[in-house]
Design a protein around this ligand. Structure first.
Ligand code: MEV
Length: 440
């Protein structure tokens, strides 16, 4: 990844600005043209929607927010996020701010290699079939080179592998994997075209019958990871020391490593960050969810996708910070694209990619990993301290105070009073504001 100069994404008080002020700031930050700024809100036309899916009768709008403060491999990022759940944008922006107490996020990724599968049935001699298929690897790879665009960008078929499934509910089967470098495309179409083309040749080589020819969403050859190392001191609150909090975060993570019931919720929180970014950029978030959850069960038990530990001595990786340091890592399959599909045809997805300033699918996958890790950190920090509800309530109370007409300077105080009275309602906020006027 290159480290282009961009203004700082540390936008203090962004949440307190009006929508117009935020749009103006973002427009300047990301050098958006007039029509691009308009596309933040005036999303897809009905005519465009009608080209995307079938039986269109309308469009369904969701909020588009901006995650702030992200420093990834030394590059500043603002993160476009499309999501309906309150707190997510605030939480991951806060975690990204904490990460700046270290060196931000450090990320990496594999080559963008996807896997396509061909299912072969009625194969009389599976071992002989495997030998014949592998002996014909060169010819098969040449035949699978079906996307001139991807080939031009340096991608294409890379390898053939054969897997034996001797015991399935309907009997033995032989599975052929095609590894295909998709470059900047998510690659579903390219892979599916390639495996469909290979199937008749594989039938001849194996003496079997090809049934399914489709990509695998467990794209474990196409992974991205993010790491963060934050000094414990950055976590301190009036109620808890930083060291207590980071120790508790490792214990909370251990729970999700050991227990699938907790791991499901823990990993859901990770996707609270990743999915909104994928939706904003027009990517197939169901594919990434499927791959992530399957990867989380790769050793036979479903587990946390993250690792968190406290480094007490020595220099933890990727940081200059003094120990103790909280070190976190997330790695998962991330099959995303920056060309093709809705990334191209959805006008807001185009603007989202411009705001991100990513130049490749790999870079987008790495940003997604950093966002997932940030969201997980935010969730764990809240869970091991105040619990998740207090933060939700505070945010909700602020929104209620704003809705009741509180000025930006009074929002926090009114929100605090709403929390204390236990009545987080617009009517109650109005009463509190009226009472202030009377006193004034
Ligand atoms: C809520 O949408 C997500 C969390 O439950 C994630 C977690 O428990 O780690 C807060």
């Amino acid at each position: 990844m290159t480290s282009n100069f961009r203004p700082s994404s540390r936008l203090s008080g962004f949440y307190q600005k009006t929508i117009d002020e935020r749009v103006a700031l973002l427009t300047a930050w990301a050098s958006l043209r007039g029509e691009e700024a308009l596309a933040l809100d005036q999303a897809l036309s009905l005519a465009q929607a009608d080209k995307l899916i079938e039986n269109v009768v309308g469009r369904y709008a969701l909020p588009l927010g901006i995650g702030t403060n992200f420093l990834i491999n030394g590059k500043e990022y603002l993160i476009p996020l499309v999501v309906e759940e309150p707190s997510i944008v605030a939480a991951l922006s806060h975690a990204a701010r904490l990460a700046r107490a270290g060196r931000g996020f450090i990320t990496g990724s594999t080559e963008p290699v996807m896997i396509g599968q061909v299912q072969l049935l009625d194969v009389a001699d599976p071992q002989r079939a495997e030998d014949a298929i592998l002996a014909a690897q060169e010819e098969l790879l040449a035949a699978a080179n079906t996307s001139p665009t991807i080939a031009r960008l340096g991608g294409g078929p890379r390898e053939i592998r054969v897997r034996h499934l001797p015991h399935t509910p309907t009997g033995p089967m032989l599975i052929v994997h095609l590894h295909f470098d998709c470059r900047d495309a998510m690659g579903a179409n390219a892979i599916n075209t390639a495996v469909e083309k290979l199937a008749p040749r594989l039938e001849r080589l194996s003496g079997g019958r090809a049934l399914l020819r489709i990509l695998s969403n467990l794209s474990d050859e196409r992974r991205a990871w993010a790491e963060v190392a934050i000094p414990a001191a950055a976590f301190g609150t009036p109620d808890f020391s930083g060291e207590e909090i980071v120790q508790s975060i490792t214990e909370a993570n251990a729970f999700a490593v050991a227990d699938p019931y907790r791991a499901a919720t823990h990993n859901k929180g990770i996707f609270n960050g990743i999915d909104p970014l994928l939706i904003a950029t027009g990517n197939d978030w169901r594919a990434v969810e499927a791959g992530g959850h399957a990867y989380a069960a790769r050793d036979g038990q479903y587990r946390a996708l993250t690792e968190w530990k406290v480094a007490n001595c020595g220099q933890p990786p990727n940081t200059d910070a003094q120990p103790p340091v909280l070190y976190g890592r997330l790695e998962l399959p991330l099959s995303v694209g920056v060309v093709g599909g809705a990334t191209r045809s959805h006008p807001t997805a185009q603007v989202a990619l411009k705001i991100l300033g990513v130049s490749s699918a790999r870079e987008l996958s790495e940003v997604a990993a950093a966002v997932g890790l940030a969201q997980n950190l935010a969730a764990l920090r809240a869970l091991v301290t105040d619990g998740i509800q207090r933060g939700h309530m505070r945010l909700h109370a602020r929104q209620v105070a704003v809705a009741a007409g509180a000025s930006p300077e009074r929002v926090d105080a009114i929100a605090q009073q709403l929390i204390e009275t236990g009545e987080i309602r617009v009517e109650r906020a109005r009463q509190l504001l009226d009472a202030e006027l009377d006193i004034g």
